[in-house]
Design a binder for this molecule. Structure first.
Ligand SMILES: C[S@@+](CC[C@H](N)C(=O)[O-])C[C@H]1O[C@@H](n2cnc3c(N)ncnc32)[C@H](O)[C@@H]1O
Length: 339
């Protein structure tokens, strides 16, 4: 393969039929851990439902997890919904007793074996494309957890004359500089990532902005939440953040289908109503990671251990330098009847 723009090589490496990393290598959890996995996933699910109930009395009609991996977060959401409602939520008595929302997990792979039958599964083309069937969502809580960082984006590098040029890459990972950035990508760079000196890199967030905008447009009414690692204007990384993971290790990015490829998300350029650090939003929602009173250990040892485990998962989700640094871009969509 000759050198291709990173955006194109990245898409092929992750999503090409029969050779893309996400279609052939056993799913994200075989290669890296996210907050959606294990005990933190259970607390995250609780936090997302609390966020919903900040603005809605009744449960969502449908919960959609886009970029669902193997359905880990969808499974935690199902358990959270079929168990007691979260403490401090404003569920009405009627809402508490009524139906469980439809749960829909969306990813590029076929439905995983063993996934709970109460979770629906929808296959997606992957990358910057979404399935056409995902539309007209009403009463919807839509989540993209660590999804946008794997949407391939254009990578540019500022040359010696100060001009941003597209970075090309071959299948061995060797890079070269292509032509100058043009059109909407150049405008995006000038507007959102200004002042980069020669040698500096820009990860153009346009593809992420567009696919998120598309997802928002598929919702008639509800709440969308993009949770990801990223940056905001004034704090952009200069050297670029593109990296790769395989089998639990961070490695040099090579677009050959053997590894995940990811770059931080320009979170502030996504269409949003609120943009909040995960540690702040979860604390506001009452998830503070406070250890239980040790006296509980003598009166209720199993209860003490369960509360301790829950608190330690909360603490991991709000930790500075860890999951707590993630951003939540929240978009509220209200349906307007246009006469
Ligand atoms: C980094 S993994 C995160 C998985 C899971 N959300 C988690 O947090 O553990 C990103 C996932 O997004 C999926 N993905 C990428 N583009 C997609 C698209 N357009 N529609 C649905 N899923 C997509 C990938 O296949 C992959 O499973």
């Amino acid at each position: 393969m000759g050198p291709l723009p990173w955006r194109v090589a990245w898409h092929e490496a992750l999503y090409a039929a029969e050779r893309g990393f996400y279609l052939t290598r056993g799913g994200p959890s075989s290669h890296f851990t996210t907050a959606a996995h294990g005990p933190t996933g259970a607390v995250l699910a609780d936090g997302l439902l609390r966020l919903w109930h900040r603005t809605h009395r009744d449960r969502p009609r449908v919960i959609v997890d886009v970029g669902a991996g193997q359905g880990e977060l969808a499974t935690h959401l199902l358990h959270a919904l079929t168990g007691p409602p979260p403490d401090g939520s404003r569920l009405s008595a009627a809402a508490e007793s009524h139906r469980t929302p439809r749960l829909l997990a969306v990813d590029v792979v076929a439905r995983p074996d063993g996934l709970d039958a109460r979770i629906d599964w929808l296959r997606s083309p992957g990358g910057a494309a979404l399935p056409d069937e995902l539309t007209g969502l009403s009463g919807a809580l839509v989540i993209g957890h660590e999804w946008l960082d794997v949407i391939p984006c254009t990578i540019a590098q500022v040359d010696a004359s100060g001009s941003p040029r597209e970075v090309l890459v071959d299948s061995a990972g060797h890079e070269s500089l292509g032509g100058p950035l043009g059109g909407a990508e150049r405008e995006w760079a000038e507007r959102h990532w200004p002042g980069i000196r020669p040698g500096g890199r820009i990860e153009i967030g346009l593809t992420r902005d567009e696919v998120w905008f598309t997802l928002v447009s598929r919702v008639r009414d509800g709440l969308l939440v993009a949770v990801d690692y990223g940056h905001v204007g004034g704090e952009r990384p200069n050297g670029g953040t593109l990296t790769a993971y395989a089998h639990g290790a961070e490695i040099t990015p090579v677009p050959d289908g053997s590894c995940d490829l990811t770059a931080h998300v320009a979170m502030d350029t996504l269409e949003h109503d609120e943009l909040i650090r995960q540690r702040d939003v979860l604390r506001d929602l009452g998830l503070r990671g406070l250890t239980p009173d040790v006296a509980l250990a003598t009166t209720d040892p199993p209860g003490y251990l369960a509360t301790l485990a829950r608190c330690s998962a909360e603490a991991r989700l709000i930790a500075r330098g860890g999951f707590g640094d993630y951003w939540w871009a929240v978009r509220h969509v209200a349906h307007l009847d246009v006469a």
